[in-house]
Write a protein that binds this ligand. Structure first.
Ligand SMILES: Nc1ncnc2c1ncn2[C@@H]1O[C@H](COP(=O)(O)OP(=O)(O)OP(=O)(O)O)[C@@H](O)[C@H]1O
Length: 238
């Protein structure tokens, strides 16, 4: 098994004439839950898109599961859950999942249990189009789970969820990592960083920390991760 599921080297991305990632280097260990944290506009989605192989890059390299990002083989091995819904509004939750499961070549036997895993049992036969934003993201997450990829790229999967659901989903992410899967999970919410093995903190396209939650607290001299982020971000500017 590779030590690092993702290796990014000197990655530069320009969007709309603006340098969004100015030469980023980082790696994500296999079998870990790695949090990608940073303020809005710091480049988290752009980085995830580059790892998924759907972002035009100006220079640098992104290696995913030992291959360049975006190869045909990697498309089946990487599950990317975006902020925008990628499921069909005119199908029910169960129908969407039956469709995505068959696309991934699976027999569909895990659909009911996966709907339960993402907390949507009571919505299983509801049209996806009438669900809330957070519920729709969970349908996309269930579709990714059914495909059983090696690497999950989850762009803010817990936005708009109540604390119980957030806790349950993070518990599920942990279980996937224990099974050897790799998860890169972006979030704005610093308390979610505490649930990760490692945290990548970005600001203005620059990595300002790559550390365990405990190391972050120690580096910043505070037990509060929200405060740690502010300390580290301001230290970076100074
Ligand atoms: N399609 C686009 N064209 C031009 N610039 C863009 C485009 N998409 C994003 N950007 C710019 O790239 C920068 C990084 O955006 P990105 O979406 O990667 O940030 P983010 O950290 O994921 O933000 P958020 O947490 O709000 O989703 C921002 O300055 C944004 O304005």
């Amino acid at each position: 098994m590779l030590n690092n599921a993702i290796e990014v080297s000197n990655l530069t991305v320009i969007r709309g004439g603006k340098t969004v990632l100015p030469g980023l280097d980082l790696s994500v260990p296999t079998g870990s839950v790695t949090g990608l944290l940073g303020p809005s506009g710091s480049g988290k989605t752009t980085l995830i898109r580059a790892i998924a192989g759907i972002q035009i890059v100006a220079s640098g390299g992104v290696t995913v599961l030992g291959e360049p990002a975006g190869t045909a083989r990697n498309r089946a091995r990487v599950g990317y859950v975006t902020q925008a819904s990628s499921v069909y509004p005119d199908l029910t939750v169960r129908q969407n999942l039956a469709y995505f499961s068959s696309l991934a070549g699976k027999d569909g036997g895990a659909i009911t249990s996966t709907i339960a895993d993402v907390g949507l049992t009571s919505r299983a036969d509801t049209l996806t189009g009438v669900l809330s934003g957070g519920e729709r993201i969970r349908v996309s997450l269930a579709a990714a789970l059914l495909a059983d990829p090696e690497l999950y790229l989850l762009d803010e999967p817990t936005v708009g969820l109540d604390p119980v659901l957030r806790r349950d989903l993070w518990g599920m992410f942990r279980g996937l990592a224990e099974d050897g899967k790799t998860l890169l999970v972006s979030s704005h919410v610093m308390d979610e960083a505490g649930r990760c093995d490692r945290v990548l903190l970005m600001r203005d396209g620059v990595l300002i920390a790559d550390a365990t939650p405990d190391e972050l607290r120690a580096q910043a001299g505070t037990n509060d991760l929200e405060e740690a982020f502010l300390v580290l971000a301001e230290r970076d500017v100074a």
